[in-house]
Design a protein around this ligand. Sequence first.
Ligand code: PEP
Ligand code: CO
Length: 447
Amino acid sequence: MRWTPNSWRDFPIKQQPTYEDKKALNDVEAELSSYPPLIFAGEARTLKEQLASVGRGEAFLLQGGDCAESFTNFNTPNIKNFFKLILQMNMVMMYSTGKPVVKVGRIAGQFAKPRSSDFEEIDGVKLPSYRGDIINGVAFTPEARIPNPHNMIRAYNQASATQNLLRAFSRGGFADLNKVHKWNLNFIKDNTLGKRYEELSEKIDRAVKFISACGLSSEQVPQLHQTTIFTSHEALLLNYEESLTKIDSEGDGKYYDCSAHMLWIGDRTRDLTDAHIEFFRGIANPIGCKVGSTMGEDELIELIDVLNPENEEGRLNLIVRMGASKIQEFFPTLLRRVRDEGRNVVWSCDPMHGNVEKSPTGYKTRDFENILSEVEQFFAIHKEMGTVAGGIHLEMTGNDVTECTGSTSCSITAEDLSSRYHTQCDPRLNASQALELSFMIGDIINN
Ligand code: PEP
Ligand code: CO
């Protein structure tokens, strides 16, 4: 079947807004299509190569960021704190595993959200659900909830500026290994975890000084002076994705979705006969697909057939999100089948989306114990099966929020949640919880 960037329009599609003003929508799509790509196809190919090494067990994938980026929380401190956190986690994991860490942010485009219900009801008032800032507004008013196509332009501009700052931080000297102490975030500096990170920084410092005494300074060695953070998001709103999909005319002549380096398909939109699968099969980026507990064995093999027909390494990341209480029951069968059929995939663990609960105080939350438990089980199952546990996929922020309960370093209780519950969608690990989890993952890998 012939594929074009708009062939998805002939298929059934879930989780989409209905835009009332079709002309405005068409105008926005035309305008977006004329804008420059946010990434270069060559970068997406580099990420694919790096993911291939993750699939072989030679590197580790760290993917994380907001559940949903928002227009209101768009500012330098948020991006900088995220950048510092991901560098810290990178150091912790690299130091403990001795392997490179492939860093992929849920950032610079992570705006559109699938929802469990089309409507939200508060005190008898029923309005369309919030679907992410790229679609409508979070405020509980009829006006805010109307899908506005112009939000796509604003999302593009925000993604572009975010990407620009990430590139500047990555290349401009901020990521220099001599600055490893400076990445420690103020609010965790003094807790046990901050101290543990400081100890690690000391060791890295000594190693860097040693290397420099050998005659290799960070100015001469780009690997010591720079880093790369790739961008990714759930490609849910296909009007936006199609508009940014371009042929790499000076490269391999294939289509790339240039809204991010990597895109993934959500658990709710991965039906084989639906539009998202159609769109994804034609783009040459590295792609991901969420795998929840309802995924069937044959269904998964068919999905792999469609999304990675050449069995290319690094092309397809299967992101397992079953929940701490379900992963042991549902994951091993899928893993065994994929292993036995010799399919090249990168397996990663999203311990967030299967572990959502409502706190007694009324907040949507996740408990650190469950998150850690799903990660531990994910690694144990791979060990048992002789397969590669490639990486981790987290919802996290570099800020000091109170959205997930638990952890040793900050022990947030249900009562604490109201204090700094800032997410526009799902609860994120705060920097302290995310760093603690990184140390624990390092320990799991080493054992
Ligand atoms: C997400 O990653 O924010 C998400 C909605 O995940 P899932 O599709 O796995 O529910
Ligand atoms: Co989420």
